[in-house]
Write a protein that binds this ligand. Structure first.
Ligand code: AMP
Length: 209
């Protein structure tokens, strides 16, 4: 099962990817999470990536492609994986074609005005990585799951969010056609209840819709 999620920042890809990858027992490969981990560890790759992420720009293709190639070459991805946030450019999609074939691409669609609201209210757990919207939280400083502190991502500030949306439209949105032409793309409306959206995605992957 080789799945990829595409959709603008704030569409809920990460939240859904955690659930769907768990349902199939496959690794959730999030390039954004991998880069944030590199930044946290202070690696050379992390330092390079940070300069792009902080501006809402994409990290260069060669860096990302190598990172994903290494990740999905590991033993736990032998029976499949769920890609979240990769590929994001045509160059990345063509590189992926060289080392793995996707079975299903899920395009999560959410209108722009909702996206800005969602991202600007996002809180992330510093320990377990869970994400929340501030409106769901009684205490906006602590993770309801593990109690660790919650933070706002530097690139979730409104100006950077607008830049990320424009980069998405220019560089990533064209991939929808790329995969649609192959007949493996499925559209999912990403607004509504989290459980309802998960069910809709699982139904599509299982070929029930
Ligand atoms: P995300 O958590 O997926 O929203 O990613 C956060 C940031 O990491 C993006 O705004 C990019 O700067 C960078 N990033 C993540 N995935 C990629 C990718 N596939 N290609 C280039 N940059 C990426």
């Amino acid at each position: 099962m080789r799945i990829m999620f595409v959709g603008p920042p704030g569409a809920g890809k990460g939240t859904q990817a955690v659930r769907v990858s768990a349902a199939y027992g496959i690794p959730h490969v999030s390039t954004g999470d991998m880069l944030r981990e590199e930044i946290k560890n202070g690696s050379a790759l992390g330092q390079k990536a940070k300069s792009y992420i902080d501006k809402g720009e994409l990290v260069p293709d060669d860096v990302i492609i190598e990172m994903v190639k290494e990740r999905i070459g590991r033993a736990d991805a032998k029976n499949g994986f769920l890609l979240d946030g990769f590929p994001r450019t045509r160059t990345q999609a063509e590189a992926l074609d060289e080392f793995a074939r996707l079975d299903t691409v899920i395009n999560i669609y959410v209108p722009d005005d909702k996206l800005v609201h969602r991202i600007c209210g996002r809180r992330v757990c510093s320990e377990c990585g869970a994400t929340y919207h501030e409106s769901m939280l009684q205490d906006v400083r602590h993770c309801p799951k593990c109690g660790a502190s919650l933070f706002i991502r530097d690139d979730d500030k409104e100006e950077i969010v607008k830049q990320r949306l424009s980069v998405y439209k220019e560089k990533t949105q064209p991939l929808i056609e790329y995969y649609s032409e192959r007949g493996i793309l499925h559209d999912i409306v990403g607004s509504g209840g989290i459980d309802t959206i998960t069910k809709a995605i699982l139904a599509v992957i299982n070929g029930e819709k």
